[in-house]
Design a protein around this ligand. Structure first.
Ligand code: SAM
Ligand code: SF4
Length: 463
């Protein structure tokens, strides 16, 4: 289990040895494995399978790809535009996509978790926000206690939007902050004053949002220990309920605009890790509990409680407390995880519209999981969430013997045992404090797809 002990000493040698490209395991199999051969017919099959469980709640993700300007560090699927009418046009298509999905899901309409991500959901003005919520409520039902969350960019979010969102039923909010230092902000072309962050945070509190999250990113250009610690100090003073402290993913081969980031200004390896270690120790000293590999929460926050009860989940939105294990997603590039498959929508607006105009799902690629994938996904998810693997539970769920099924993996783990990254506790596998730093490397041992000749894809770095 996670604890808050911050005694781990990580040598430079280990950081250099294990800092290599690797997945973040927000899915398994990871996105590079998904195939274009997975078409809308496969997606329809997955939805038909999901429809056979009408009483199970769903999670719904809606992607709003629009941003007014591009931050050059950004790794998200974004459409930068100020064109009038573009959002309303998009909302028409979201309605069509939801109608198609609702028909395929038949009576399965109960949603316990809604998330609007982006891009920037608050790119939508108040009438557009109202319209989108009306559309969603027309297709899905939200029982008492459902979690309605969205991502906001404090630079473009008004007090009116915040209060209206709360009235419409939203109860969780996540704000992009990244770093408060002006030099870093200049280097990533994201200018956001501390006052803007404080103001929007204040409105969220006043409106009664709970589980308020700030996103921070470490490893950004020109991030230095001293200024970064000032950022963490200021954030601790504001005291959001949760924090995601993401490792900067520098993937210019996927996001060409990142080429504008001066490579020599990027902290890498041990220097990058020191930034995370500094944030972790300051946050823990301020009373935050470490959650998984990069989240923090106040002990009274639901996320921290879910951790102690082993109810954490990991998916495309990072760590969450999830009351629904299947997620249906809408909008460009949106990723669903439903009916034993992953399905991703077309990234380009034109292709997304084209499919829906033809009355088809805009599925671009996906992956139907095999039984082996399901076993490994469960195992990797438990490791990433709990830093612990209950092997008896795995055996019971999947009818396998851990020691037999994972004999070659156990052999490959020898160096991890020797390094004190992991230990066997009874039959179970515990990730020790040092191993938590290298959890992506540990998970990679269980990734069968990485063993394929073409399995070494260009991922971001593990440290
Ligand atoms: C869709 S954005 C958040 C909402 C809003 N657009 C904003 O910028 O405030 C989601 C989050 O992803 C994280 N992110 C974006 N690009 C990243 C990258 N290259 N590496 C790591 N994290 C990244 C940032 O922390 C960002 O807040
Ligand atoms: S960080 Fe947020 S605002 Fe900036 S480009 Fe990415 S999604 Fe848009």
């Amino acid at each position: 289990m996670n604890d808050n002990a911050d005694t781990v000493h990580v040598t430079r040698d280990l950081l250099v040895r294990y800092d290599k490209p690797g997945p973040r395991y927000t899915s398994y199999p990871t996105a590079p494995e998904w195939q274009e051969e997975f078409t809308q017919a496969d997606y329809r099959r997955a939805l038909a399978d999901a429809a056979t469980r009408p009483l199970e709640a769903l999670s719904v993700y809606v992607h709003i790809p629009f941003c007014h300007e591009r931050c050059i560090y950004c790794g998200c699927n974004v459409v930068v535009t100020a064109k009038a009418g573009v959002a309303d046009h998009y909302l028409d298509y979201l309605d069509s996509e939801m109608a198609l999905a609702a028909a395929a899901l038949k009576d399965r309409r109960r949603v316990m978790q809604l998330h609007w991500g982006g891009g920037t959901p608050t790119y939508l003005d108040v009438p557009q926000i109202e319209r989108l919520m009306e559309t969603i409520r027309r297709h899905f039902e939200f029982p008492e206690g459902a979690e309605l969350a969205l991502e906001i960019d404090p630079r473009v979010t008004t007090e009116e939007q915040i209060f209206r969102l709360r009235e419409l039923g939203f109860n969780r909010v996540s704000m992009g902050v990244q770093d408060l230092n002006p030099e870093v902000q200049r280097a990533i072309t994201r200018y956001q004053t501390e006052e803007e962050t404080r103001d929007v945070y204040g409105w969220c509190r006043k409106a009664g949002f709970g589980g308020i999250n700030f996103d921070l990113v470490y490893g950004l250009p020109f991030q230095r220990p001293e200024s970064w610690e000032n950022t963490i100090r200021a954030i601790c003073e504001m005291r959001p309920d949760r924090l995601a402290v993401y490792s900067y993913a520098h993937v210019p081969w996927i996001r060409p605009h990142q080429k504008w980031i001066p490579g020599e200004a990027l902290p890498v390896g041990p220097e990058k890790y020191e930034l995370f270690a500094a944030a972790r120790s300051k946050l823990q000293a301020a009373g935050y509990q470490a959650i998984g590999m990069d989240h923090f929460a106040l002990p009274e926050d639901e996320l921290a409680m879910a951790l102690s009860e082993r109810r954490l989940h990991r998916n495309f939105m990072g760590y969450s407390v999830i009351p629904a294990s299947e997620m249906i997603s809408f909008g460009t590039s949106a990723i669903g995880e439903i009916g034993g498959a992953y399905a991703q929508n077309q990234v380009k607006l034109s292709k997304y519209y084209e499919a829906l105009d033809a009355g088809e799902f805009p599925t671009a690629r996906g992956f139907a999981l095999t039984e082996d994938d399901l076993i490994r996904r469960w195992l990797i998810r438990r490791l990433m969430c709990d830093f612990y693997l209950d092997t008896a539970e795995l055996e019971r769920r999947f009818g396998i013997r851990y020691n037999e099924y994972f004999a070659s993996e156990e052999e490959a783990l020898t160096e991890f045992y020797e390094n004190q990254f992991i230990a066997r506790d009874g039959g179970n596998l515990t990730v020790l404090p040092l191993g938590r730093v290298f959890i992506r490397n540990v998970a990679m041992v269980f990734d069968a797809h990485l063993k394929k000749p073409e399995g070494h894809r260009m991922f971001s770095r593990t440290v």
